[in-house]
Design a protein around this ligand. Structure first.
Ligand SMILES: Nc1ncnc2c1ncn2[C@@H]1O[C@H](COP(=O)(O)OP(=O)(O)OP(=O)(O)O)[C@@H](O)[C@H]1O
Length: 711
C-alpha cells in the first residue's frame, strides 16, 4: 500500500477525510462482491444427491463453498472494514497510509492491499508505537524496517458508518493524553455476556506477547483484568496467521478452568476469523484420552467441600493427598514404578508352538526389552505377539500342518500365549502404584468396585493416569498439539504440565495465570519457577501489571485486600475513574432486601450484574430470594456449562475468569471470611470481577479483611 496522500492532511478535518476514505473502501468492497465468483444456487433435489457426486462435482462444490465463505467474509468486513490507521515513512521511501482491520482487504482492480490484517508485520506498528519520538520499526520477513510515524489514528466504524475518529499521535503535536482516550472510550462500554476481541486497542505489552516467538514457551503472570485470557486467544489467531503451513487450528488447544468459562470465551476466536481451535478443560481432555474408562467424582462436591465454611475432619488429609499428587517427586516415583513394572509385563517361560520349535523366553525378552525398547509398552506387546504368531505359522507350514484342525490348534496356542500377558489398563497400574504409596490412596479408589460400574477418580488422579496411559500406549498422533495455552495456570500442578508436555513436543506453550488468585492452593503452584524450571532449554517470563477491566477505585480497593499477606504484583489501574466502592452495613434480617434493592438499581445501567456469595449454599439462598422477588436471575454452579449474562448469582470461587459490569459481594462478615490469605484472595477475586461498580454488603461483625482496608 504505497499510497501517497492525496490531500495535505492539515487542511482537512480528520472526520471528513476518513468519511471520504471509508466510502472509497466500501465501494471497492462492493465491486469485489459484484465481480467475485458467484456461488451457484443449488436446489433441494441437488442437495439430496450428494452421495452420487462425481469427483469433479465434489471439487465444484468445494469451490462454491469457498466462494460463499469469501463473500460472507467481505460482507462481514463491510460492517467494520478497519479500526486504525498509521502513517509510516520507511527510511528513504515515501509515506504509506496503513489501514488496519480484522482481515486484509485487496482492491480487486489494482491488486493493492487497501486494509492490512492486524496480524501482518507492518500492522505491529499500530500497537507498538506509543508516541515517544517519531522513530518506529517492525520486523518483516525480509528483516527490520525502520522509519518515522507521522500519524496514529483510531477509527470507529459500525455497520458501515463512520462513528468516531481519534488521533492518538500527530507529528509535531503533543498527544500524550489522546493515547489513552480511545482505550478509555472502549473500556467504558458496558459488556455483554461474552468476552470480546480487542484488536482495536491491543496495548504494546500485550502485542509483545501476542507476537512472541512460538518456539519459546512463555509464562505470563498477569494481574486480574490485565487481559491474559484475551491476549492468549489473540496469540492463537496470530500464530495461525503467521505459520499457516506449520500450525493447524485443530492442533491447538486452550485449557480453561471450567466448561462455563469455555462458553464465556467461545466467541473471541470466531470473531477473529479462527475456527477449530480446541477449547476444553484438562479433565475433559484427560477423560477423552482415557477413553472414559474412569468417571470423575462430582467435581462440584469437591469445590463445595473446599469452600465450605467448616471442613469435615478428613478434608485436611484429602488436601494433603491433592498436594502430594501434584508434586514432581510423585511423577518421578511413578516413572520408577512403571520402569519396574515393565519387568513383569512379559509372561515368564517360552511361547509354546503347537508344531515345530517353540520360542525361548530369552528370545522374546530380547525383542521386548531391547529391540522394541523405544516403543510404548502396549505397542511392544502387539509387535511381540505379531512376531510370535508369524513364528508359529511358519513352523506349522514347515511341518506341513496347514489343514483346518491344525489351524484351529495354531489359533488356540496363540490365544493361550496372549492370555498370559497381564492386563494393560492404566487404572490397574495406578492402583498398584497407590499401594506403594498408601498415603496417596483416595477414599474413592479404596471403595470396592461395583460390577460393571466405572471406577471414580478425583481430578488430581487424572494427570498421573495420563502419565501411565502415555507409558502404555504412547501419544496418539491425533492428540499431538502444535500449541498449548493453559489459562488460570496457577491452579495447575507441576505434574499437569509435565504430562502435557508430552502432547506438545515442540514445547510451544503459552502459560498464564495470577498467583494472587490462587484460591485452590493445594492443587496448584506457589511460584512460577515450578513451571519455568520444566523448560531447561529456555522459557520466557513476562509480568502484566496493568488492569484494563476495573475502574481505578475498584483496583485500589482490591489491592488493599492482599497487602497484609505478603508480596504480590499489585494491579495498576488504567486511569479510568468511576463510582466509589460502596461498603455497606445491613442488618442480617434485611440482607435479601438490601441485595434486591442494589440489583435493581445497578441493572439500570449494567447489562451484567453478579451477586457473589461465599458458598454455593448461600448462592442458592440468594437465588431463591431473587426468584421470589420476580427477578430473572441465573444461578451459576460448578456443573453448569453455559453463561448467560444478565443477573448471575455465583459462589465467588466460580466467578474466577468472568467479569460483570456491576458486582455485589454479600455476607462480607467475620463468619464468612476469616483473616486468612485464602479468604483475602477470595475477596480479591470477587472485587476484581467488577468493571464499573462494586458494592460490598456485610452484617456485623464485619470481616477483619475489610476492617483493615478501611483503616
Ligand atoms: N487492550 C485492551 N483493550 C480493551 N480492553 C481490554 C484490553 N485488554 C484487556 N481488556 C479487557 O479487560 C478485561 C479483562 O480481560 P481478561 O479477562 O482477558 O483478563 P484476565 O487477565 O484474564 O483477567 P482475570 O485474571 O481476572 O480473569 C476484558 O473485558 C478485556 O476485554
Amino acid at each position: 500500500m504505497n499510497e501517497a496522500d492525496a490531500f495535505p492532511r492539515a487542511a482537512i478535518d480528520p472526520f471528513e477525510e476518513e468519511a471520504g476514505r471509508l466510502q472509497h473502501v466500501l465501494r471497492t468492497m462492493e465491486h469485489a462482491l459484484a465481480g467475485g465468483p458467484k456461488p451457484p444456487v443449488r436446489d433441494e433435489d441437488e442437495e439430496d444427491q450428494d452421495e452420487a457426486l462425481t469427483a469433479d462435482e465434489v471439487a465444484d462444490v468445494a469451490v462454491a463453498e469457498l466462494a460463499r465463505e469469501r463473500r460472507r467474509e467481505i460482507e462481514r468486513a463491510m460492517r467494520e472494514p478497519y479500526f486504525g490507521r498509521i502513517d509510516f515513512s520507511p527510511a528513504g521511501m515515501s509515506r504509506q497510509r496503513l489501514y488496519i482491520g480484522k482481515r486484509g482487504i485487496d482492491d480487486p482492480a489494482s491488486g493493492d492491499r487497501i486494509v492490512l490484517d492486524w496480524r501482518a508485520p507492518a500492522a505491529s506498528l499500530f500497537y507498538s508505537f506509543a508516541g515517544q519520538g517519531d522513530e518506529a520499526s517492525y520486523v518483516s520477513p525480509e528483516g527490520e524496517v525502520r522509519g518515522k510515524v507521522s500519524l496514529k489514528r483510531n477509527i470507529v466504524v459500525r455497520d458501515g458508518e463512520l462513528q468516531r475518529v481519534v488521533d492518538s499521535y500527530v507529528e509535531g503535536q503533543d498527544q500524550a493524553a489522546a493515547t489513552d482516550e480511545f482505550l478509555l472510550y472502549r473500556l467504558q462500554d458496558a459488556k455483554d455476556s461474552r468476552l470480546r476481541d480487542i484488536v482495536a486497542t491491543i496495548q504494546a505489552e500485550q502485542n509483545d506477547i501476542i507476537r512472541a516467538d512460538r518456539s519459546l514457551p512463555i509464562v505470563i503472570q498477569g494481574v486480574a483484568g490485565s487481559g491474559k485470557t484475551t491476549v492468549a486467544l489473540h496469540r492463537l489467531a496470530y500464530l495461525l496467521y503467521q505459520h499457516p503451513e506449520r500450525l493447524r487450528a485443530e492442533r491447538m488447544v486452550i485449557f480453561a478452568p471450567s466448561a462455563m468459562f469455555v462458553d464465556y470465551i467461545s466467541e473471541v476466536l470466531p470473531e477473529l476469523g479462527v475456527g477449530g481451535v480446541q477449547q476444553t478443560t484438562f479433565s475433559a481432555f484427560a477423560l477423552r484420552v482415557l477413553d472414559h474408562a474412569v468417571l470423575l467424582v462430582d467435581p462440584g462436591e469437591r469445590l463445595r467441600q473446599r469452600f465450605a465454611l467448616r471442613q469435615p475432619p478428613e478434608y485436611a488429609t484429602a488436601m494433603r493427598e491433592v498436594e502430594c499428587k501434584g508434586r514432581l517427586e510423585t511423577w518421578h516415583s511413578l516413572q520408577a514404578f512403571l520402569g519396574e513394572s515393565e519387568q513383569s509385563m512379559l509372561p515368564m517361560g517360552a511361547a509354546v508352538a503347537p508344531f515345530g520349535r517353540s520360542l525361548e523366553h530369552a528370545t522374546i525378552a530380547r525383542w521386548f526389552f531391547e529391540e522394541y525398547a523405544n516403543y510404548p509398552v502396549f505397542v511392544r506387546r502387539q509387535r511381540v505377539l505379531a512376531r510370535v504368531r508369524r513364528h508359529f505359522e511358519m513352523e506349522a507350514k514347515a511341518a506341513g500342518q496347514t489343514d483346518k484342525s491344525s489351524k484351529r490348534k495354531l489359533a488356540a496356542a496363540i490365544r493361550q500365549y496372549e492370555e498370559r500377558w497381564p492386563n494393560m489398563e492404566p487404572l490397574t497400574f495406578y492402583r498398584r502404584f497407590l499401594e506403594w504409596h498408601p498415603e496417596l490412596t483416595t477414599s474413592s479408589l479404596r471403595q470396592p468396585e461395583k460390577r460393571g460400574a466405572r471406577p471414580q477418580v478425583q481430578p488430581e488422579d487424572l494427570p498421573l493416569l495420563l502419565a501411565i496411559h502415555q507409558w502404555l500406549y504412547g501419544i496418539d498422533p491425533r492428540d499431538r498439539f502444535d500449541h498449548v495455552v493453559i489459562d488460570e495456570a496457577q491452579d495447575f500442578s507441576p505434574v499437569h504440565l509435565q504430562v502435557l508436555r508430552a502432547y506438545c513436543p515442540s514445547n510451544s506453550f503459552t502459560i498464564l495465570g495470577d498467583l494472587s488468585q490462587s484460591i485452590h492452593s493445594e492443587a496448584g503452584i506457589r511460584e512460577w519457577s515450578a513451571f519455568i524450571d520444566q523448560f531447561p532449554s529456555g522459557c520466557r517470563y513476562v509480568e502484566l501489571s496493568v488492569s484494563y477491566r476495573s475502574t481505578f477505585e475498584i483496583i485500589e480497593f482490591a489491592n488493599r485486600m492482599l497487602r497484609p499477606f505478603g508480596p504480590a504484583v499489585e494491579a495498576k489501574p488504567v486511569f479510568r475513574s468511576g463510582d466509589k466502592v460502596l461498603v455497606e452495613e445491613v442488618a442480617w434480617r434485611d440482607r435479601f432486601e438490601a441485595v434486591l434493592h442494589r440489583i435493581i438499581g445497578m441493572r439500570e445501567s449494567s447489562s451484567t450484574v453478579a451477586v457473589l456469595t461465599r458458598t454455593e449454599e448461600d448462592a442458592h439462598v440468594y437465588h431463591n430470594a431473587c426468584l421470589e422477588a420476580g427477578l430473572d436471575a441465573h444461578l451459576l454452579t460448578a456443573d453448569r456449562g453455559d453463561y448467560e449474562g444478565g443477573i448471575s448469582i455465583v459462589p465467588i470461587y466460580l466467578a474466577k475468569g468472568l467479569e460483570f459490569d456491576s458486582v455485589i459481594v454479600v455476607d462480607a462478615d467475620a463468619n464468612h471470611y476469616n483473616w486468612s490469605e485464602r479468604d483475602a484472595k477470595l475477596l480479591y477475586v470477587g472485587c476484581t470481577r467488577a468493571l464499573h461498580r462494586l458494592c460490598i454488603l456485610y452484617a456485623e461483625p464485619i470481616t477483619q479483611l475489610l476492617e483493615w482496608t478501611k483503616a
